[in-house]
Design a protein. Structure first.
Length: 276
């Protein structure tokens, strides 16, 4: 991993294009890391109510004059509007500007065609970024310098952990595992709730137990130095109730491992299809 840039040291503007849920999370993360609000420019036709008050702190929303001399441009729009939104950004970036895209499925090749000659990073964050606990995987093109990568790392690191890869082809699997992964965890909470109700628990109690168990276990996994297998084993007494349940979940033919493998393969294929 690279050495993250200290956002307090940013001297040029950071241009955020698109301030939906992920863009807004990044904006809040940058401010919490001490970036000068006056250095932040947001292009968003309909800013969410929760970020509008940031203008009082100095954040510039949709300035009349075209932003210039941006140290970084972060593209956080829906991929469906990329063809119309991205090319007009080219004049706003010079040789020192790092362009960071978090548009799902939009490849470095697409971005290089839309922004010829620019240093570009393609990144895939996930939704826990909303609470600063996301994980982002990033890959840069050949024009990205060490300093630009550090800056991109700092900007992405404001919403959680950052991992860098050299092979862009891995981004489809990244999308399937971490990009889509929160949905799998939420589904686990849903399924655990339904199973609890089937076992006789009142719906409200089943939902509460499932939610807190999934959330608490995730936090334990986050804080513990132990690997997931050891944590699982620590809960499991030989011949006990957990062992009985795991015998079903860990079945070689139709347990959780083969089911998730099929799910990740399906999501990876869909990511490739969407990217063209």
């Amino acid at each position: 991993m690279s050495r993250s840039h200290d956002l307090k040291d940013i001297s040029k503007n950071v241009l955020l294009v698109g301030a939906g849920k992920m863009g807004a999370a990044m904006l809040q993360g940058w401010l919490s890391r001490g970036i000068d609000p006056s250095k932040l420019i947001v292009l968003e036709p309909q800013p969410a109510e929760e970020i509008k008050p940031l203008s009082a702190r100095g954040v510039q929303f949709n300035p009349a004059n075209r932003p210039a001399e941006s140290g970084a441009i972060v593209i956080a729009v829906k991929p469906q509007v990329a063809d119309s939104v991205v090319p007009p950004l080219a004049p706003m970036a010079d040789g020192s500007t790092i362009v960071v895209s978090i548009m799902a499925g939009k490849t470095l090749a697409f971005l290089e065609r839309a922004l010829p000659g620019k240093a570009i990073v393609r990144a895939m964050p996930n939704t826990p970024a909303a609470i600063g606990r996301g994980v982002t995987v990033a890959v840069g093109n050949a024009r990205v310098t060490s300093a630009q990568r550090d800056l991109a790392d700092g900007l992405l690191g404001a919403i959680g952990a950052v991992e860098w890869i050299d092979d862009e082809k891995l981004m489809d699997a990244v999308t399937a595992v971490s990009g889509s992964g929160p949905a799998y965890v939420f589904l686990l909470a849903e399924s655990l709730t339904r199973a609890g109700i089937t076992a006789g628990l009142p719906p409200d109690l089943a939902a509460k137990l499932a939610r807190e168990t999934v959330a608490g276990s995730g936090e334990l996994l986050h804080r513990s130095a132990l690997d997931p297998a050891t944590l699982r084993q620590n809960v499991t007494s030989p011949g006990g109730t957990t062992a009985a349940a795991l015998e079903i979940l860990m079945a070689a033919a139709d347990g959780l491992d083969p089911l998730l493998a099929k799910a990740i393969a399906a999501a990876t294929k869909r990511s490739r299809d969407l990217a063209g």
